[in-house]
Write a protein that binds this ligand. Structure first.
Ligand code: NAP
Length: 245
């Protein structure tokens, strides 16, 4: 019960990686705030946590809505852990991108974490403890045609991770990022299976991973077990970079 007495806000916890992340701190005694847009899926994740003996509640907010984006932080109050997971990823050539889609990637993948960190960080510093984990992507380190707006939005998030690590370290707040490779989620289930298979084949392990395999890395960084780790980027990508690229 290493997270007993802590409160963890996980964005985009109604599905995929976020759902898998939300379940683990609850098992370790944390109160988990499950964020998402879909109330039905949110209630299901809260129910799953409660059925296992944990404590959770749902907070609904569309993080690209300038008013709504403030809601999760207000609803949580004193968060000890913030996992910026909610995100979108659409792959298309630069000429085929609309400005609206570009803005959507930036607003959800970069600007929302920026606004969400600013809210609880002062409280974390006041209490002298806190941990933020940002979910990036291997698409930042491995350049592939068609990933421009997505990779750019997450590259900015990786840089913010390092800057926030520098800014908040003296206040006892650690900020890290996780870069997953291909993970089986509702998001990737909606993609062309051949594309997902092709990405999985570029990893050393030649397979797609389950969301729980990412969640373990996220919760490690969020926990006191990573007490001397800040500003780090942990790849959970089946050895993709070990074999080049
Ligand atoms: P997913 O299955 O598509 O789920 C996305 C989650 O984000 C849902 O909980 C969704 O909430 C929430 N969300 C989407 N748009 C939102 C908005 N405007 N406001 C608030 N919440 C919103 O995604 P995933 O595959 O688990 O990916 C999660 C994160 O991991 C993303 O940041 C993604 O870039 C990153 N990642 C994923 C992979 C992969 O292979 N899956 C690889 C590398 C990185 P509702 O459903 O309630 O609307």
């Amino acid at each position: 019960m290493e997270m007993s007495g802590r409160t963890a806000l996980v964005t985009g916890a109604t599905a995929g990686i976020g759902r898998a992340v939300a379940v683990l701190p609850a098992r370790e005694g944390a109160e988990v705030v499950v964020h998402g847009r879909d109330a039905e899926r949110g209630a299901a994740v809260v129910g799953e946590i409660q059925d296992a003996g944990g404590t959770a509640r749902f907070v609904q907010a569309d993080l690209v809505d300038p008013e709504d984006v403030r809601h999760p932080a207000d609803a949580v109050g004193d968060a000890d852990v913030l996992v910026n997971n909610a995100g979108i990823y659409e792959f298309r050539p630069t000429g085929g991108m609309s400005v609206d889609l570009f803005d959507l990637h930036m607003d959800l993948n970069t600007k929302a974490p920026y606004l969400l960190v600013r809210a609880p960080a002062p409280g974390m510093v006041e209490r002298g403890r806190g941990s933020v984990v940002n979910i990036s992507t291997l698409a930042v380190a491995v350049t592939t045609a068609g990933t421009g707006m997505y990779a750019a939005s997450k590259a900015a998030l990786e840089q913010l991770t390092r800057v926030w690590a520098a800014e908040y370290a003296e206040g006892g707040v650690r900020v890290n990022a996780v870069a997953p490779g291909p993970i089986r989620t509702p998001g990737t289930d909606a993609m062309d299976p051949a594309t997902v298979r092709a990405i999985a084949d570029t990893t050393a392990m030649r397979r797609i991973a389950e969301p729980e395999e990412v969640a373990e890395a996220v919760v490690f960084l969020a926990s006191d077990r990573a007490s001397y780790v800040t500003g780090a980027l942990l790849e959970v990508a089946g050895g993709r970079r070990a074999i080049g690229g």
